[in-house]
Design a protein around this ligand. Structure first.
Ligand code: HEC
Length: 142
């Protein structure tokens, strides 16, 4: 009797912990949402709608690098179904998706050294920003 009560208390607790740890769809959307928000800040600076700000440029590229580093692990088998815009091609062409993500990371790493000046930041954004469209074209549903 006492055991059954204990088990009844522990099982929902364990289930909650498991759910909290494994919601890859929510996690990957949060990563991209943050990348998207930072890209709006970047776009305003590139277009001259906001003054160039070196600290903001650094924060943008840190968000890109951190997000890209986490991103590949957030597409486990079975997470193609649900409230997601991830295209089936991610699972049918995993090598292509990994290559697109690797190019994003490489372009971030190759350009981060230049973002300390306005001109360098604009060039860096042109190179890195290309990855958004290219990857979304094949691997994100509209
Ligand atoms: C390697 C592929 C890849 C790259 C590179 C990439 N994205 Fe994404 N992005 C995706 C995928 C896949 C989704 C859909 C994820 C989902 O719905 O589960 C997505 C979703 C988004 C979303 C919607 C987030 C939400 O709230 O659901 C935004 C905004 C976004 N990306 C912005 C960007 C921007 C800006 C860049 C470039 C700086 C970028 N992405 C680069 C693959 C990529």
């Amino acid at each position: 009797m006492r055991f059954a009560l204990l088990a009844a208390l522990l099982v929902p607790l364990a289930a909650t912990v498991v759910v909290a740890q494994t919601d890859p769809i929510k996690d990957r959307k949060a990563v991209m949402k943050e990348i998207g928000d930072q890209t709006k800040v970047a776009g305003a600076m590139v277009k001259g709608e906001a003054p160039y700000d070196a600290a903001k440029a650094a924060a943008i590229f840190k968000t890109y690098a951190d997000g890209a580093a986490k991103y590949g692990a957030l597409f486990p088998a079975g997470s193609d179904a649900g409230d997601t815009k991830a295209a089936p091609a991610i699972w049918s062409d995993r090598a292509g998706f990994d290559a697109a993500l690797a190019k994003f990371k490489a372009d971030i790493a190759a350009n981060v050294g230049a973002i300390g000046t306005e001109a360098g930041f604009k060039t860096a954004m042109a190179a890195v920003g290309d990855n958004c469209r290219t990857c979304h074209q094949t691997y994100k549903l509209r």
